[in-house]
Each structure stands twice: as C-alpha cells, then as structure tokens.
Design a protein around this ligand. Structure first.
Ligand code: PAF
Length: 284
C-alpha cells in the first residue's frame, strides 16, 4: 500500500493509474478502522477498482469539542488493517492540506430538511462539516465510486445530496454498504472502543430495540407505545436515548405511525455512558 500525505502526490499517482485504464474506488474515513471499514475496502476491490482510503479526523464536523478530542486515533493499527485488506492507497492529509485557509473558510454546503431532523437536529453544523470535507476529498480524488457505510444512514443521504449539488451524481457511483455487526448485534463503530466492558455488554440493547421495532412494524403496533417500551428498556440499563424514531427510508421524513405502504427506516441515537452511538434498520 502506498501512503500519500499531499493531494499533489495523490493526484499524480491517480492520473498515472487512470492512464493505465484503472477506475477509482474511494473510501473516506476518520480512522480507528474496524471490520465495517474493511467491508467497504472489500467492496471496492471486488469491483476491480484502484482502492483509495483516506484517514482524516475532520474537526469541522464535531459540534462538541470534547467529542473531537476523544475521537480514537490508531494510525499504526489502521495501516496494518488496510495493507492486509489489499487497499492500494492510503491518503493521510494534514489539516493544512485539507483546509489551507482554515475549516471556517472552506466552501459551505447546506442540506435543507436533512439538517433539521435526527443527526442534523441533534448535532447542529455536523452535516455542514461533513459536506465541507467530503467535497474537498472528492475534488482531490475524483473517484468513479464512493463507498460509505449504511450505519450512518443520514450521512449517506447527505453525501448523495452533496454529489448532486457538486454536479457529480452522474459521475460517481454511490455505494451504501451494509452495516457490519458484532456477534450480539452491536453495529461496528470506531466509537465502540471507548465503551468500557459493562457498557459494551449493554450497548447491544440498541440493536435489540431496532429488531423489536421491526417486528412490531409487521403487527402495525402504535409506534408511540413501541418507542416508549424501547426507551424504558434502555433507561433501565442506564442507556440514555436521544431519539427512537421511524422515517420514510428515502426522504427521512419522520413518521408518527408505521405505514405498510412505505419503505421505512428505524433510527436510534443513544448515549452509553458518555459515548454517543447511532444505529438504524430498514423495517420493511
Ligand atoms: O463517516 C465518517 O467517518 C466521516 O463522517 C467522513 C465521511 C469520513 C467525513 O469526515
């Protein structure tokens, strides 16, 4: 695996590979990699793409400074994992490389309604920060395909919208890869490594609640009751739900009741100790 720290070196290499007829698969990450990220690398490799992964912990997307300070860093382990997975290129830019004029002066993107619900509502400015960095990375890498994890369901919607705003929707294939889960169902996330042992053992309740919402959707149970049952279950284990919601899976318009005529997604955000976790499940 080749590691580049500057976009100039990266571009030179990408251009040389394009001249050889290769197409580019891109996986943007913030590092602290796990099997979920590796599944994205595998997807890109399976479609014969030159596989480029970036690791950059983007300060612009953290609305909580403490969350940014505590974000796990594991670059040596990440390099081992990426090399073993057969990733071709790691792009490891500095803050200066991504934001030469500072994050606050980078081009802003807005996502309208998507900024007002769920993660958008709970983390003001978060998606604007994601938009800034992903736009910069897409301009640097100019990939043919972009691979992102479905665990960040709303982020996938935001980035698809970003590609449209950038006029890239027809040029970049957006591939949303399935959420990878631990044996007990907990969605893989870099944040899981901040859980202590008892917290880790309890965190799978989030997944159990999603499964319960899915099964209750088939029975068409009143959603308010289902959501309260889930909230009570979490609170009994000292997990603080931020939202337990269902939404139209395409528009992310929140729904107050199950609608058998719609493709729906159930979404949960909850704090396990001071670690904020999110997960989701398509429910029909
Ligand atoms: O999902 C992430 O890891 C980040 O939000 C992303 C897409 C790499 C942008 O910083």
């Amino acid at each position: 695996m080749i590691v580049f720290k500057t976009s100039a070196e990266l571009r030179n290499y990408i251009d040389s590979q394009r001249n050889l007829g290769r197409s580019i698969g891109f996986i943007p990450t913030m590092g602290a990699l796990h099997k979920g990220h590796i599944s994205l690398i595998n997807s890109a490799r399976q479609s014969q793409k030159l596989t480029i992964c970036s690791i950059f912990v983007n300060p612009a997307q953290f609305n909580d400074k403490q969350d940014f300070d505590k974000y796990p860093h594991a670059i040596a382990d990440d390099i081992v994992l990426l090399s073993a997975a057969g990733c071709d290129v790691l792009f490891l830019p500095t803050l200066q490389e991504i934001y030469p004029n500072g994050p606050e002066n980078a081009q802003e993107y807005h996502f309208g309604f998507l900024e007002t619900v769920f993660e958008g509502a709970q983390r003001p400015g978060h998606f604007n920060g994601v938009g800034k960095v992903v736009a910069i990375l897409l301009n640097m890498v100019q990939p043919d395909a972009l691979y992102m994890g479905s665990k960040d369901y709303q982020q996938c919607a935001v980035v698809k919208n970003l590609c449209k705003q950038m006029g890239l929707a027809d040029k970049i294939e957006f591939v949303a890869c399935p959420t990878q889960r631990e044996a007990d169902g907990l969605a893989m996330s870099s944040r899981n490594r901040r859980l202590n042992e008892p917290q880790r053992a309890l965190a799978a309740i989030i997944y159990q609640c999603l499964v319960s919402i899915q099964s209750k959707s088939i029975l068409n149970s009143p959603f308010a009751i289902v959501a309260k049952e889930c909230a009570d279950l979490m609170k009994a284990k000292k997990i603080e739900p931020e939202y337990i919601a269902i939404a139209d899976a395409d528009s992310l318009e929140p729904l107050s009741e199950f609608d058998p005529n719609k493709k729906m997604v159930a979404l949960i955000a909850a704090k396990v100790g001071n670690v904020r976790l999110i997960d989701n499940m398509i429910i029909n």
